[in-house]
Design a protein around this ligand. Structure first.
Ligand code: ME8
Length: 515
């Protein structure tokens, strides 16, 4: 039976332009989605934009636009960024869409029916930048004795009538969830942090605001709009048609994976499961938090002027180079730094040298010496069998790694085979066999072509465009690119197109190094 797999990105705030951090989580989710499709799953991949809240309202005012016109414009820009990054989303939800607004209201009503929403008054600290409430004990001292949120965001004292969610009643159930289902959240650092936060005790959560209008009206009390996080989190359900249980997309619930940045892990692993428990809805299988990107060692900020639009990098280096670097640089889950020098260095060593040269050498030898057609597979030597047996293990090894969100390890696993192929080609020296044993030369090139087919197949989720080109050059048709198709050998004699280099070399960083 085909397995269903539902994966989501955060929905991004439209208060500013998309940057490399947003692209990062989306690329990671895209890799998981593409990988599951290759493995034969029926995948639903959701992304979108989070368009309500005071922060967006203020950004619209600052831009001299109505909130709707402003959000239309920025949301379209996020979608364009996703398209440039080759994010293969099945749906893009905007929280200003009627399907979302009515779904979020239905979820509110369901939670309210459990008795865990009550009307009170909120008095306390609010950080607009984080759209989050903080307790006095959580605040830190900023410059000039100013109080700041633990994230460094400025806080203001807010006092207004508010609906509350009885989060305090969920502490034990949440702790039990984390204990019983250790895979519910990762990586482990983030898990430990959340567990100790919950162990310290939970305060009830203010889930409505009355001091601004740009939000989803609370059912039966339109003076209130929903707290933006109640509204936002519900997107994962409303995009499936919630509360309409007849919507076929509802079969994708519970979500298999919510990918988020570590800054919002708490909202997803504490608030979201508690809301769902209150509503009697099944919990997602897993929440995984990625680390934080800095640029040349500095936090990205408008004031520093170092905010990187991924599209600038894409126009300079191509989309796959950017996707590759983002996931390759640091084990997925950890923090990483984007430096131009290490970016170019990786493209040169790992893409141009290791993989690009291997494909180019193999394919040009076939073009020149085998009439440009896929050679026959011959009797295998021990070296042939050893190399191919290792390569054939890749899909299942990587499936386990991708299942754990070990997206960098999965790349490393492939690079082990690429390095083994490079050692093999150097050792077998097919260029020399041309004179001494042309038949064996053909067999060696066939072993390499078969190994490259596996490599290019498993790398498609990371680098869809360039692996599409590589597979075409290897004579692999569109219908032969899934994991299942790897079981069927390509017929010898299949004509291959003329080989063309796939990964260019860049000189800049190497020059800098030489100085
Ligand atoms: O938090 N490094 O939206 P947001 C890595 N609307 N990832 C980064 C990053 C960086 N420097 N900067 C941003 C929100 N991200 C809410 C989410 S979900 C129901 C609502 C990524 O626009 C990372 O995934 O502030 C982070 O969690 C997300 O963008 C935050 O996007």
């Amino acid at each position: 039976m085909t397995r269903r797999f539902y994966v989501t990105t955060p929905i991004y705030y439209v208060n500013g332009a998309p940057h490399i951090g947003h692209a990062y989580t989306s690329v990671a989710a895209d890799i998981v989605a593409r990988f599951r499709r290759l493995a034969g799953d029926q995948v639903h991949f959701l992304t979108g934009t989070d368009e309500h809240g005071q922060k967006v309202e203020q950004a619209a005012t600052a831009a001299g636009e109505t909130p709707q016109a402003f959000t239309d414009r920025i949301s379209a820009d996020f979608r364009a960024m996703a398209d440039t990054m080759q994010i293969s989303y099945d749906d893009f939800i905007r929280t200003t869409e009627p399907r979302h607004v009515s779904g979020a209201q239905a979820l509110w009503e369901k939670v309210a029916a459990s008795g865990d929403i009550y009307l009170g008054a909120y008095e306390g600290w609010y950080a607009l930048r984080d759209e989050a409430f903080y307790g006095e004990d959580e605040l830190i001292d900023g410059p000039n004795g100013q109080k700041l949120a633990p994230t460094g965001a400025p806080v203001e004292w807010v006092r207004e009538p508010s609906y509350f969610f009885r989060l305090s009643a969920y502490q034990d159930r949440l702790l039990e969830l984390y204990e019983k289902r250790p895979e519910f959240m990762g990586p482990s650092g983030s898990r430990n942090e959340i567990m100790s936060f919950v162990r310290q005790g939970l305060r009830d959560l203010s889930i409505s605001r009355t001091s601004f209008r740009w939000g989803v009206p609370v059912p039966n009390d339109p003076e209130h709009v929903m707290y933006v996080w109640f509204d936002a989190l519900s997107n994962y359900l409303t995009a499936l048609g919630y509360p309409d249980t007849n919507n076929p997309l509802m079969a994708f619930w519970p979500a298999d994976l919510h990918l988020v940045g570590k800054d919002i892990a708490r909202f997803h692993t504490v608030f979201w499961p508690a809301f769902l428990m209150a509503a009697g809805i099944e919990l997602p299988s897993r929440i995984f938090a990625n680390g934080w990107w800095t640029v040349e060692g500095e936090k990205m900020s408008k004031s520093l002027g170092n905010v990187i639009d991924p599209r600038d990098l894409v126009s300079e280096f191509g989309v796959d180079a950017v996707r590759f670097f983002l996931i390759r640089e640091v084990p997925f889950g950890g923090d990483s730094d984007l430096s131009r020098r290490s970016f170019i260095h990786r493209l040169n060593t790992e893409l141009a040298n290791d993989l690009g040269n291997l494909a180019q050498r193999t394919l040009s030898l076939i073009a020149r010496n085998c009439n440009g057609a896929l050679p026959e597979a011959g009797a295998r030597t021990e070296a042939d069998t050893h190399l191919l047996a290792q390569a054939e293990l890749l899909p299942s090894l990587m499936e386990e790694q991708v299942g754990r969100c070990a997206l960098t390890d999965a790349l490393e696993e492939t690079w082990k085979i690429i390095r083994a192929c490079n050692a093999y080609i150097d050792h077998q020296a097919p260029w020399a066999l041309k004179k001494t044993d042309p038949e064996r030369m053909g067999h060696v090139l066939r072993v390499l072509a078969d190994a490259l087919r596996i490599i290019a197949t498993v790398l498609q989720p990371w680098m869809p465009e360039s692996m599409d080109r590589m597979l075409t050059q290897l004579g692999v048709s569109e219908s032969e690119r899934s994991f299942a198709a790897l079981g069927v050998a390509l017929p010898a004699g299949r004509e291959l197109p003329a080989p063309k280099g796939i990964f260019p070399r860049y000189t800049e960083a190497e020059d800098e190094k030489g100085q």
